[in-house]
Design a protein around this ligand. Structure first.
Ligand code: N01
Length: 534
């Protein structure tokens, strides 16, 4: 297509999950034209693709929603404390319909390439259909966990059964009754799907490489009175939450696990365990910074595994021992450990007995072969950068983002990248993102970007780009804070170490969303310090 025929928009947004929908709405409020490109057939992002049985959010439903519209908030009622995937997807459809967003979203369309044209200061965006659109601004709303990671196991193409990845689940409901099912992977996705499969399947064989720490969700239905009362205080709570570390107003911590008696410590862990949810991680303020405090928490969870799983040898295999609690994201489950008391559920320790290959009928480890009708890969994601690095994004001088980020995903505030003008990343590496209530972080980023675009326009300028110096200083700050915690000490997807060949860099900002927000506010208030505006 000739350039003159290309369509022009003020803003192109990639992705129609929470971030893309929110950004589109905000851009429209600025009276700018926008288009969202979305590879799925509908809105939802991660909540569209992760539709496996048991998929649920580990942030409480009442906090996992937008705060920017009172009408939107009051028009929706969450059923449960932790919403299941179907309900979150319904919520996002409700948002898209209520705000009439669909006519600016182009579904079944992937962005393949985006090139910054230096002379005209615009982005030229090419989709998988070959269509080209020009835009002043390019905004990534691709999410942090949107590119599934498949292990390289020989023989998969010869397998006669069905196989699925939890992060790319078919949209229709599936019935596993009477089937022998194998699950590879015991992170959050595996831990959620295994109990659900065990309710249906004839047998479930779990292939575990590393055990994970998991705490009970203690999920329950909301009463109308509770929800009404909560909504009355919703905005005040959100404001309070945005000044905390993880974005949860109802989480509070005891100071240090080392300052209390053994008995008192156990009582406190018990209190958090019974409350349910990831709040267990903040039982004491130093769980993620002091190895001794962390080990107390780890011992408590291992003790719980022993008390739940009746076969003591099996309980031992489920004990996580290779990482500090929370340095891999803690899992939140419903009857995960209990499921291993069922006779038709088998645990295979593939660290002891590695998987050798997939066969025509199932899976072969060093010691056994397993006949499986269905194989489920709950093997995670190329997180935080994987999706963007697969798009051919080229900035100044034709520099490719994937090359720039090959050794480290350098950025400023997790929002902007030197050499890539007029390009913003919502909840990118270098921001709190996955270590916070994601919806809260998304809204904060969307608001910041909208204000920035509007301020640049008001100055009569066309282009905003972060400087190398500001980027370097931010990366140093993010690393310095991470080093004060236990996070960088253990392999995890936070560090990219689950992906072969990926640079090992701790990606999220752990200074807390309160402190992070202050950084962002200051930059904007001081006239976008660290940026060149032209
Ligand atoms: O992925 P993971 P996930 N052979 O990377 C194993 C979010 N999420 O999809 O640890 C055998 O955590 C791997 O083993 P190991 C949440 O943020 C949220 O479960 O590498 N095993 C590990 O056990 C979460 O943290 C919810 O040794 C192999 C597993 O696969 C993030 O998504 C729900 C293997 C991968 O675990 C990712 O979770 C679900 C191999 N070759 C997900 N390769 C909520 O509740 C990998 N594994 C909101």
């Amino acid at each position: 297509m000739r350039e003159t025929e290309d369509e022009f928009k003020d803003v192109i947004i990639i992705g129609a999950g929470f971030a893309g929908l929110c950004m589109l709405h905000r851009v429209r409020q600025l009276n700018l034209s926008a288009r969202v490109f979305e590879r799925a057939t509908n809105v939802g992002g991660t909540w569209y693709w992760n539709s496996y049985p048991g998929a649920r959010c580990d942030v409480e439903s009442l906090d996992y929603q937008f705060a920017f519209s009172d009408a939107l908030q009051r028009g929706w009622r969450w059923k449960e404390r932790f919403a299941e995937q179907k309900e979150i997807l319904a919520y996002l459809n409700y948002v898209a319909d209520s705000l009439d967003l669909r006519n600016d979203i182009q579904f079944k369309t992937s962005v393949e390439k985006a090139v910054f044209c230096e002379d005209r200061k615009i982005w030229q965006i090419v989709t998988d259909s070959g269509e080209t659109t020009n835009a002043n601004y390019l905004i990534s709303a691709v999410g942090c966990l949107s590119t599934p990671s498949m292990p390289e196991l020989p023989g998969l193409s010869s397998y006669a059964g069905r196989w699925y990845h939890t992060g790319n689940w078919p949209q229709q409901d599936m019935d596993f009754s009477g089937l022998n099912v194998g699950v590879i992977g015991t992170g959050s996705s595996g831990i959620q799907i295994i109990p659900e499969l065990a309710k249906q399947a004839q047998s479930v064989t779990v292939f575990q490489r590393s055990p994970n720490f998991s705490v009970p969700a203690n999920n329950h239905q909301h009463t109308k009175t509770f929800t009404d009362e909560y909504y009355d205080k919703f905005l005040a709570k959100r404001e309070q939450a945005s000044r905390t570390i993880y974005g949860n107003a109802s989480w509070s911590s005891y100071p240090s696990a080392l300052d209390v008696t053994d008995r008192r410590r156990s009582e406190i862990y018990e209190e958090y365990w019974n409350k349910g949810g990831a709040g267990f991680m903040v039982s004491f303020a130093d769980v993620l910074t002091n190895p001794k405090s962390n080990e107390f928490a780890a011992d408590f969870i291992r003790g719980k595994i022993d008390s739940i799983v009746t076969d003591k040898a099996l309980a031992k295999i489920l004990h996580p021992t290779d990482h500090a609690v929370g340095t891999k994201r803690i899992c939140v489950d419903t009857n995960y450990y209990e499921t291993f008391n069922k006779k038709h559920v088998t645990l295979v320790d593939v660290r002891q007995c590695p998987i050798q290959s997939i066969t025509k009928t199932g899976l072969l480890t060093r010691e056994n072969s397993y006949d499986l009708d269905v194989m489920i890969f709950a093997t995670g994601f190329d997180a935080m950068t994987g999706t963007l690095m697969r798009i051919d994004i080229r900035g100044i001088g034709g520099m490719q983002l994937s090359k720039k980020w090959a050794k480290s995903p350098n950025n400023f505030l997790g929002l902007s990248v030197a050499g890539f003008p007029n390009f913003f990343v919502i909840t990118g590496p270098g921001s709190p993102s996955v270590l916070s209530n994601m919806v809260l972080s998304i809204e904060q980023h969307v608001e910041w970007i909208a204000r920035c675009i509007s301020d640049v326009g008001r100055q009569g300028a066309k282009c905003i780009e972060v400087t190398e110096t500001a980027e370097k200083e931010w990366v140093a700050h993010v690393n310095e804070i991470a080093q004060q915690t236990l996070f960088p000490q253990n392999d995890s997807w936070y560090l990219g170490s689950n992906i072969v060949g990926k640079a090992r860099v701790f990606m999220p900002y752990v200074g807390g969303i309160g402190q992070y927000r202050e950084h962002c506010e200051k930059v904007a208030k001081d006239g976008y310090t660290g940026f060149k505006i032209s």
